[in-house]
Design a protein. Structure first.
Lengths: 207, 207
DNA sequence: CGTCTATTTGAATGTACTCAAAAGCGGTGG
DNA sequence: CCACCGCTTTTGAGTACATTCAAATAGACG
């Protein structure tokens, strides 16, 4: 993983721009703070199907996706993969438990296509916390939003049929859903790939 | 709701002690910071079955439970109640989305028995953020822990049978589970009360 | 064109739900 | 002490939703 020195390429500048806009949408940072915040991030490219993190490792990074898509999943006791969420541009990826407490990760993070992200290490993130108090607020807000989304999903899982969850997923995340195989959609919805196929047929014949 | 002035009763002092110990376990606060942190909280008693919050209201508080138990739940589209979690002593209760963004709450919070908690208002909490930067860290850590727990629960919901979730709930939270009716357990597990009864019979005859 | 993988299909099975009825279980008042 | 009330739990039959396993089909790519 090469870290570009002083002279960043145009592509990486674009990624940093995306990160800055993300931050600006969530907290009021001045330009100097914004630059200081972005500085410790380094660009990383991940090939299709490559792993950013595998369960069992300790997660050394927190990443902001700038291009492509990832799946974050855990293996259940029977060895089946359960997707927690898919992350595209403007999403963050990490195993938050493993990263903050430096314990072994339960999650795996895999690129669905050739993807790019900006990553920061734990020590650099802690330096940011110390240097810019508002960073603490930024990450608190991010975590809160994730929590609210996850609460909604849990309720939905208990309330809706697989067909309803399928339709909700496609209406909430059409861009992501379009790119996914049946297997991935199934492991997000918590059903078998065969059943996703049956949902599809039912929806197709109904129209 | 009476607010005790200067001279707190012994009971309330005990509650504050519980809160202080909670904070100390999570961040390193000095004694002055600890006192300043606890100061804006006020004690509140809630009768059995009374509501601390009803969906549709705006949540004006964040609460630290010191005695008793609460259920936090949402109503699904078909009007069935889905419990997100039960909160006993040492747990926090709020609709985090409603509280932080002052939008109408999706959650309802009801006391399962006569209960007590320490509550703080949004403006007081924001004063704390401003006065003691480490408070931001405390709440970030709290939110992170909640997020990790919720992630595990979502995976479990997709991975385990109702019977397995029932056993897991009882082994994770025996103190809470003991006090609950079938209806509440069912609405936490995401099954019908009738089915909880059938799980019970199966487990009983197996031994 | 053949190979590899993903998707679809069907039959049999299992898990959990619905609805209705019966049984249990404190309380409360006669 | 018992009879009755309201509430929760249990039970059972019938049904719906989702899984498993195996086989057929369709797509993608060299």
């Amino acid at each position: 993983m090469l870290k570009s020195d002083g002279a960043h390429d145009h592509h990486e500048d674009g990624s940093r721009q995306l990160l800055k806009e993300y931050v600006r949408r969530n907290v009021d940072f001045g330009d100097p703070e914004l630059d200081a915040f972005c500085e410790p991030f380094s660009q990383r490219t991940v090939a299709r199907n490559a792993f950013l993190l595998k369960a069992g490792q300790v997660c050394r990074f927190e990443g902001f996706v700038t291009r492509g898509y990832f799946r974050l999943y855990a293996e259940d006791p029977r060895g089946r993969e359960k997707v927690l969420y898919f992350a595209g541009p403007d999403w963050w990826v990490t195993d938050i438990d493993s990263f903050t407490n430096q314990v072994t990760a339960q999650l795996s993070i895999q690129a669905l296509e050739c993807s790019e992200l900006l990553v920061i290490s734990k020590t650099d993130k802690e330096r940011l916390y110390a240097a810019i108090p508002k960073v603490e607020k930024l990450f608190r807000i991010m975590t809160q939003k994730t929590l609210v989304a996850l609460q909604r999903r849990l309720i939905g899982t208990h309330s809706l049929s697989a067909e309803e969850r399928y339709l909700l997923f496609f209406s909430d995340y059409p861009e992501i859903a379009r790119r996914l195989t049946n297997v991935h959609i199934a492991s997000y919805l918590g059903v078998t790939p065969e059943f996703v196929s049956k949902i599809r047929r039912k929806l197709a014949t109904r129209r």
